[in-house]
Design a protein around this ligand. Structure first.
Ligand code: NAD
Ligand code: A1AUG
Length: 544
């Protein structure tokens, strides 16, 4: 029974804890890290109301301490994907019929639990499982996920309130139905917030979901599922399975009830999925929604009027926070010849102060990259640069995987603006710099725009307002998130809706109303209050 329209006010962003030496939050987080390290996790899949353990286990180890075993998770196969779809479809009608304010309450409670009781658990899981330092874990797994949940409730309430006009004698309404079928959420390793947002944003809209996280993010995904259960999410609404990607894809993308994919990850994987969905299009009951946020080759363009320190710090943080494993990370920089030497000197000096090691030691700025495959790929790019006369390593260049997957923050300077590391996504702590003639700003903007297929994030750094205006216009299609005098990372929910175009994705802006519309299928209802009793138009009536 609905006896009122309920108001969901605009939330404030969750405050970021500092974890400064001596702070109570630092002590609490350290205790949680120690507790998790002493635990032997035995992580099941969650299908319907069941915890599923297959006995086929995969070890979980911190990327920065690979000899330590945190526990394991149970891997599933095709049968578990089928079970997850069946559980989702069984839960569908009841969940879709649940009043909005009851659904909203589940996600608001989940946000509250993450902000309080589970804050240190979600951060510790992300620090150990994905090798994020305390600050990076806090802004991602606690604050951004809390913000996604609270802001999406607010945006969805606004959407539900958007109603058409009605002419006299008629009552029109729009009903925002969930999609007819199940949604698949496939999530990446690098952001716990994204892993939590992709299934919950669709579920909030009344959809049921099959969620597959990256294997390297399972520990934090498990904590998210615990939080959702404690928040009262009914069984079957989100089903969490750990299977190989193609195994899941084969079953989900050929199922008649497949209604949408909410994906974040690499461009190649997304394009492959899109092809499969295209091939199977006639099998589905409804056209599936395809939403994917994918790779980037994000730029920093400095103008000759730029402040040296602003550029150097934007590069130090933009390229190397979380070891460059942000889709938004600055990975190519264009420096004007008048300030290039000063920027490089400042940047190299800053990099020398960055300590690298475990996440439990809070003095480390740099931790490990996610896994051996990624480590080997990054090392290869560095080795190739070392052996190429067109490239010079001006900082870092060393790597070691004996204890963990450690790669030094590395800066490559190139003579060719189309050198491979200026074009391809490396997804590690590697920044490539190209120095251009300070008076060739127009030409360099063309190069920035045409060098890579991606268009995710980018920055212009300049004091000259005309240069800022020129770059804002010329680079209009080069980045979905464009920054002025800042690093190209660190979008905040509610402030900088996030997503890119071109090969970087469908640009459905996570954490905004634009994204939620994709998980809704509106039904227009027209009710005629007093129906006509005669078919004749007035002009058909005879003159008397
Ligand atoms: N644009 C954004 O908002 C954004 C945000 C975060 C990460 N990313 C991108 O994600 C990538 C890094 O994350 P990753 O290494 O986890 O990406 P990935 O593409 O390797 O994996 C992403 C997810 O897809 C699954 N997967 C892999 N192959 C699959 C297949 N054939 N079928 C179905 N699922 C499959 C993985 O298991 C994982 O769950 C980078 O390219 C980065 O730029 C983009
Ligand atoms: N939203 C994050 C990036 C997410 C991709 O990995 C940022 O803006 O830095």
């Amino acid at each position: 029974m609905h006896n009122a329209y309920f108001h969901f006010a605009a939330p404030a962003n969750e405050p970021v804890y500092s974890y400064a030496p001596g702070s109570p939050e630092r002590e609490a987080l350290k205790k949680q890290l120690a507790a998790f390290k002493a635990q032997a996790f035995d992580i099941p899949m969650y299908i319907g109301d069941k915890e599923v353990r297959t006995g086929k286990t995969i070890d979980l180890r911190p990327p920065h301490e690979i000899k330590h075993k945190l526990g394991h998770f149970h891997e599933g196969d095709a049968s578990h994907v089928k079970d997850a779809i069946a559980a989702a479809l069984a839960a569908r009608t009841k969940w879709a019929d649940t009043p909005w304010e009851q659904r909203a309450a589940v996600f608001l409670k989940a946000a509250e639990l993450l902000a309080t009781k589970y804050r240190y658990q979600i951060n510790a899981a992300t620090m150990l499982g994905q090798s994020k330092n305390a600050f990076q874990a806090e802004i991602d797994s606690a604050c951004e996920l809390i913000d996604f949940l609270r802001f999406n409730v607010h945006y969805l309430a606004d959407i539900y309130n958007q109603q058409p006009v009605s002419s006299p004698g008629v009552h029109n309404r729009l009903e925002y139905r969930p999609l007819e079928g199940f949604v698949v959420a496939i999530t990446p390793f690098n952001f716990t917030a994204i892993a939590g947002n992709l299934p919950t944003s669709a579920a909030m809209c009344g959809n049921v979901v099959v969620w597959k996280p990256a294997y390297t993010q399972v520990l934090a995904a498990h904590v998210i599922m615990k939080v959702l259960q404690e928040a009262g999410l009914p069984a079957g609404v989100i089903n969490l399975v750990y299977t190989d990607g193609p195994v899941l894809g084969d079953i989900c993308f050929s199922h008649p009830d497949f209604a949408g994919i909410h994906f974040t990850g690499s461009t190649g994987v997304f394009q492959q999925m899109w092809k499969t969905i295209g091939t199977n299009i006639s099998k589905y009951k409804t056209y599936p929604r395809i939403v994917g946020e994918t790779g980037g080759k994000d730029f920093v363009l400095a103008h000759k009027s730029a402040d040296v320190d602003t550029v150097a710090i934007a590069l130090a943080r933009g390229a190397f926070e979380y070891q460059g494993q942000k889709c938004s990370a600055a990975s190519r920089a264009y420096l004007p010849s008048n300030i290039a030497a000063a920027v490089k000197a400042k940047l190299v000096a800053e990099l020398k102060t960055m300590k690298m090691g475990t996440t439990e030691d809070f003095t480390n700025f740099i931790n490990a990259v996610i896994d051996e495959r990624s480590f080997d790929k990054i090392a290869k790019y560095i080795d190739n640069a070392k052996n190429d006369p067109d490239a010079t390593i001006i900082a870092g260049g060393n790597y070691n995987k004996s204890e963990g997957y450690f790669v030094e923050p590395t800066v490559i300077e190139v003579k060719d603006p189309k050198y491979v590391t200026m074009c391809e996504e490396i997804f590690g702590p590697v920044l490539t710099i190209y120095v251009y003639e300070a008076d060739k700003f127009e030409e360099i903007m063309d190069i920035v725009d045409t060098t890579s297929p991606y268009a995710l994030t980018g920055s212009i750094i300049a004091h000259d307002r005309y240069a800022i205006d020129q770059a804002t216009k010329r680079l209009v299609n080069s980045a979905g998130n464009f920054y002025i005098n800042d690093k190209p990372t660190g979008a905040v929910v509610g402030q900088q809706p996030f997503g890119g175009a071109r090969a970087s994705g469908t640009n459905d802006k996570a954490g905004s109303a634009l994204n939620l519309y994709r998980w809704l299928s509106a039904r227009t209802i027209k009710e005629t209050l007093v129906p006509p009793t005669d078919y004749r138009y007035p002009f058909l009536k005879e003159d008397k």
